[in-house]
Write a protein that binds this ligand. Structure first.
Ligand code: FES
Length: 237
């Protein structure tokens, strides 16, 4: 199956953002772009990226298999990722994952028989301050428990798009893949969601409330080591 004229046009638009002779730097967005059309990075997608960017298939394949956001098997309309890394695990992430897996009847990197929902357990979704966390198509659902996660997934099964805790409203995997390729979200409401939440700025708020400044930073925990470093710096200058 050849890629659509829209994908070819989008690829040209993305490549044009890079300096002449540096088109290979567009590989990461192009991998998201081919994933948007085919649901994963297929052999055909690898060939498209290689031919478009003047790379070898081996070079493209090496990148595509390194990053976990590039999928080698088709993803459904919704990619449900449940974090089971340390912060989330300590606060019940494994229970959340187990409940979602049971509800969907699938395991890691599997898709429901109707092809709509793919499940994966993730190794840190970069939202440890909101643990335990799950994402759907990379939109965050913060501080979920098994019951809350079940409601979100049941909503997806019912054809709804449960509102994420932060960011824009939920879209399909194809749509978010185009955004990850660097193409704009065509929905006006796509950038209107709630932004950063209180847990992310708790330290900043505490510092402001107590009137801390950079000069008030705590003394080094290991004074001897700090003195050694300062001494080495003095000798080097
Ligand atoms: S450990 Fe779960 S988001 Fe970082």
């Amino acid at each position: 199956m050849a890629f659509s004229p829209q994908t070819h046009a989008a690829a040209a638009e993305i490549i044009a953002r890079y300096p002449a002779g540096r088109s290979r730097s567009a590989l990461l967005p192009l991998l998201h772009l081919v994933q948007a059309e085919q649901g994963c990075v297929t052999t055909e997608g690898v060939t498209f990226c290689a031919e478009t960017l003047g790379l070898t298939a081996a070079e493209v394949g090496a990148v595509a298999t390194f990053y976990t956001m590039y999928k080698r098997r088709p993803v459904g309309d919704y990619l449900v990722s449940v974090c089971t890394n340390l912060s989330c695990a300590l606060l019940g992430g494994d229970d959340v994952y187990a409940r979602v897996a049971e509800l969907l009847g699938i395991g890691h990197d599997e898709t429901t028989p109707d092809g709509r929902i793919t499940l994966e357990h993730a190794e840190c979704l970069a939202a440890c301050d909101y643990a335990p966390v799950m994402t759907v198509n990379y939109e965050f659902y913060d501080q979920v428990d098994p019951d809350g996660a079940e409601r979100i997934v049941e909503g997806l099964q019912a054809g709804e798009r449960p509102a994420p805790s932060r960011g824009g409203p939920l879209c399909s995997f194809a749509e978010i893949s185009r955004q990850l390729a660097g193409l704009p979200d065509p929905r006006p409401e796509g950038v209107a969601g709630p932004g950063v939440g209180e847990p992310s700025v708790a330290g900043l708020l505490l510092a402001e409330a107590d009137g801390w400044t950079a000069d008030d930073r705590p003394a080094p925990l290991v004074p001897a080591a700090a003195e050694q470093a300062a001494s080495a710096e003095r000798k080097g200058s």
